[in-house]
Ligand binder design. Structure first.
Ligand code: AGP
Length: 606
């Protein structure tokens, strides 16, 4: 996600802001920019180092705002980099978040003669403030009035060229922290760039507006009422702040899952019609109606997410679907035509095998869609259309929150395609209504974090694991096994539970544990039989079971209860405890959890 940083004091603002942006690079970036009062603004694509290199001589001022962009709207280009400004180049803004109603606001502003320089949602904010300044000459009041018109999320900082000793910051749904120094103040998306200057901070609440000067800061609500916010002294170091206080990015990203689901569904559900909507699919929705077959392509976890999608599309949208590894699809002689949809899933948007599979399918006339987390990535650009996850950057090599996001979006796409076909209004509404409950249900699972951590002692001595599931949760057995392999280096194999008698059962004894996904769903009885046959051979079983299902508890060595949900959505919940199980195993083994040996975050070569 983007990072904002602002400084107001007596020192060289450019120097402080550039160092602060470098500290924020862990948040992911594709471009950056800086505005210094009295000196102007500079922005560029790539790392902060690129920005530092092009700062002109004598670029001096003692206040400014800066931004590290992780694109959500608009390609990663210099033109789209923040800060953004208004027509008069007086109002400057840096922003983390999403202005959901930027289209209608932009239309209104265009009618009043405003001209936009970028294709971002953020630029709207500068022009909104410019409009409000015509009504009130008071800059903070103009900012508050403008923000009242915004629907969406923001962690933003504003400056006006005519008031160098003033920064106005505001928070709604995206973190903002104020750093209180001696004759200087700071504002940032998190405390990491502030800590080297001061450990005294104030965290803004949603709806807060902070009016900051060199020697003061005042916090009020959007309505102008004083908001007394406590000051805190941070004990953490920069690294801990970047990990949100967690020991590793992997744990932080697992814990972000509820918000990730909310970001994936935000603005994409039309409850009344039981419909899902995607801005990125508008141009191809008629072609999607004609699709007769779907080929889902991905690698690693993305491939396993695709396997869940296969069950969803077939059962709920009635579309014949197959899933292929990118590395296989590109070398086969795939049967593809103009009624085939190639759906590529990729967090990084740069996986070579997935990219080549897209190119191969497009050569044969298929429509190519992407479910991608990285805006402006190669896969995002080469697909005919697509859907962004808006999951924020995933730093840990092991994919966790992106996988949860992919499943969420696949469920939305299922409703989108299903409602174009014979999915009823009632079914569409049912799936979407339950999808909105998933964040709370994930939260309930995350509250078992310590119970899962304590379980490790009972399993860390085992050298091999079997993960079993059926139907929607067979891919989760594969994904759970992959997580354990990736970060713990322990051998684990995902297997269809129905296959046990066809071979794997021979491996079972007291030294060979099985993780079994046993929800009260359409394959429950079959899974119970599988557990019985394993336990009969003294195989230890750790079961994921539906909350309240005490029958399973009596049958297995350990059980983790998962809130009940629709079978089609159960994989989104099932994967979370398995991610935590893998994480705590790796921690117990003392591995470099975020950077497992031999692996890279994005496999951009074959
Ligand atoms: C998952 O934990 C792995 N890091 C890996 O399998 C990953 O899912 C795969 O390389 C695909 O990456 P992508 O989603 O960026 O295309």
């Amino acid at each position: 996600m983007c990072g904002i940083f602002g400084y107001i004091g007596k020192k060289d603002a450019a120097l402080i802001l550039l160092d602060g942006l470098a500290t924020l690079e862990y948040r992911g970036y594709d471009s950056s920019g800086i505005y210094v009062s009295g000196a102007g603004n500079v922005k560029t694509i790539g790392a902060v180092e690129n920005l530092r290199k092009i700062i002109p001589k004598n670029f001096y001022g003692t206040s400014g705002i800066a931004h590290l962009r992780w694109a959500t709207h608009g390609e990663p280009t210099e033109r789209n980099a923040h800060p953004h400004t208004d027509c008069a180049k007086s109002v400057w803004v840096v922003h983390n978040g999403i202005v959901e109603n930027y289209k209608e606001l932009g239309e209104l502003l265009s009618l009043r003669g405003h001209k936009f320089q970028s294709s971002t949602d953020t630029e709207i904010l500068a022009h909104l403030v410019e409009e409000e300044m015509k009504l009130t000459k008071e800059f903070p009041a103009a900012v508050s009035a403008a923000l009242k018109k915004v629907r969406g999320t923001y962690g933003a900082a504003f400056m006006h060229g005519g008031e160098p000793n003033l920064i106005v910051a505001a928070r709604m749904g995206a973190p903002v922290v104020i750093g209180c120094g001696t004759e200087e103040n700071f504002v940032a998306s998190d405390a990491s760039p502030i800590l080297r200057h001061t450990r005294h901070v104030v965290y803004l609440h949603d709806g807060d507006v902070a009016i900051m000067r060199q020697n003061s800061h005042h916090i009020q609500t959007l309505e102008g009422a004083a908001a007394g916010r406590a000051s805190h002294t941070i004990e953490w170091d920069e690294a801990q702040v970047q990990k949100g206080g967690y020991d590793h990015f992997m744990l932080k990203e697992i814990m972000e899952a509820p918000g990730v689901v909310e970001n994936a569904i935000r603005g994409r559900i039309v409850t009344s019609g039981g419909l899902a909507k995607f801005g990125g699919l508008e141009a191809v929705k008629d072609k999607l109606r004609d699709v007769k077959r779907i080929v889902i392509v991905g690698c690693g976890s993305a491939y396993y997410a695709g396997l869940v999608g296969e069950y969803m599309f077939e059962e709920c949208a009635g579309i014949s679907t197959e899933v292929e590894f990118g590395s296989e699809f590109r070398y086969r002689k795939p049967v593809v035509d103009d009624h085939t949809l190639l759906l590529a899933i990729s967090q990084s948007g740069e996986t070579a095998d997935t990219l080549e599979a897209i190119r191969e399918a497009k050569r044969k006339g298929a429509l190519a869609l992407g479910i991608v987390n990285t805006v402006g990535s190669t896969i995002a650009r080469e697909c005919d259309a697509g859907i962004y996850n808006h999951a924020g950057p995933e730093i840990s090599v092991a994919s966790t929150k992106a996988f949860v996001s992919q499943l969420t979006i696949l469920a939305l796409v299922t409703v989108f395609l299903g409602r174009q076909r014979n999915m009823s209004l009632a079914t569409g509404r049912e799936i979407l209504a339950e999808l909105t409950q998933i964040p709370v249900k994930i939260d309930k699972i995350l509250q078992q974090k310590d119970k899962i951590r304590k379980l490790i002692a009972r399993y860390s001595s085992f050298r091999d694991f079997l993960y079993i599931g059926r139907k929607y949760n067979l891919p989760i057995a594969y994904e759970g096994a992959l997580k354990l392999k990736e970060v713990s280096y322990v051998h684990a194999e995902g297997y269809g539970a129905g296959e046990m008698k066809h071979g794997p059962l021979a491996m079972i004894d007291e030294n060979f544990p099985t993780v079994a996904i046993v929800f009260q769903d359409s394959v429950y009885e079959k899974m119970i039989s599988n557990i019985r046959e394993i336990e009969a051979r003294k195989g230890p079983v750790l079961a994921l079971a539906t909350e309240g299902d005490n029958d399973v508890s009596a049958l297995v060595r350990d059980v983790l209860f998962i809130p009940k949900t629709l079978e089609i959505l159960s994989p989104i919940l099932a994967v979370v405890p398995l991610q935590l199980f893998a994480y705590f195993n790796a921690v117990e083994k003392g591995h470099n959890v975020d950077r497992p040996r031999n692996l890279a975050k994005s496999v951009t070569v074959e």
